[in-house]
Ligand binder design. Structure first.
Ligand SMILES: [Zn+2]
Length: 200
């Protein structure tokens, strides 16, 4: 269960387009902007997940990288889907690792070697704001978990469909149903700034 601060949500929901743009200065850290707006992003996750050009929005800080195999960016909708499934999360150790926190660390990136098993992961807790880096994560687990969501749009847009058409037979072409693979146009993802303007 991922909890967000609803008071922060109400304040952020009142931002206008100019105020959102102001957050994206040349030197802005996109991860900090993401953390700040997380209450709105989380409350609006269904809209993001179900809108392809928001789902595939690129986040520079979200990826999985594996030695020898390569890596993948984790787009916005995929990241939210993972967290919604309870994946890429772990209990928050609390701000000073003494005090308990009811929140979850939401992992945004993981990297390492699936062969040696060494892995580092990094994430944040939306409840207490703790940013946590873990040296001994399980790379294999992250790799398996990341495959439960679509990381690339080609998967999302290719689907099997039955249509009325013609079949070729010894009599020539005869009407009949045929199975095709529908490949829709490639998605043009919105920028993260555009997504915020769409959900606020
Ligand atoms: Zn916490």
């Amino acid at each position: 269960m991922i909890i967000v601060n609803l008071d922060e949500y109400k304040v952020l929901k009142k931002y206008d387009s100019k105020e959102i743009s102001r957050e994206f200065t040349d030197t802005a850290n996109i991860f900090s902007v993401f953390k700040k707006f997380f209450p709105v992003i989380w409350e609006e996750k269904e809209k993001i997940i179900n809108t392809p050009n928001m789902y595939y929005t690129h986040l520079p800080f979200a990826f999985i990288s594996m030695a020898y195999i390569g890596g993948d960016s984790i787009p916005l909708g995929a990241l939210l889907s993972l967290w919604q499934l309870g994946l890429f999360t772990r209990p928050c150790p609390g701000p000073d690792k003494q005090q308990e926190c009811e929140g979850q660390i939401l992992v945004t990136k993981a990297g390492g070697s699936p062969l040696s098993g060494t892995c580092r992961s990094y994430g944040f807790c939306p409840v207490c704001g703790t940013e946590s880096r873990l040296e001994n994560s399980n790379m294999r687990k992250y790799r398996i978990e990341s495959k439960k969501v679509n990381l690339r749009s080609s998967n999302y847009y290719r689907r099997k469909k039955t249509i009325k058409g013609y079949k070729f037979s010894w009599k020539g072409l005869t009407p009949g149903l045929k199975n095709i693979v529908e490949v829709k146009q490639h998605v043009k993802p919105l920028s993260f700034k555009q997504v915020l303007k769409n959900i606020i």
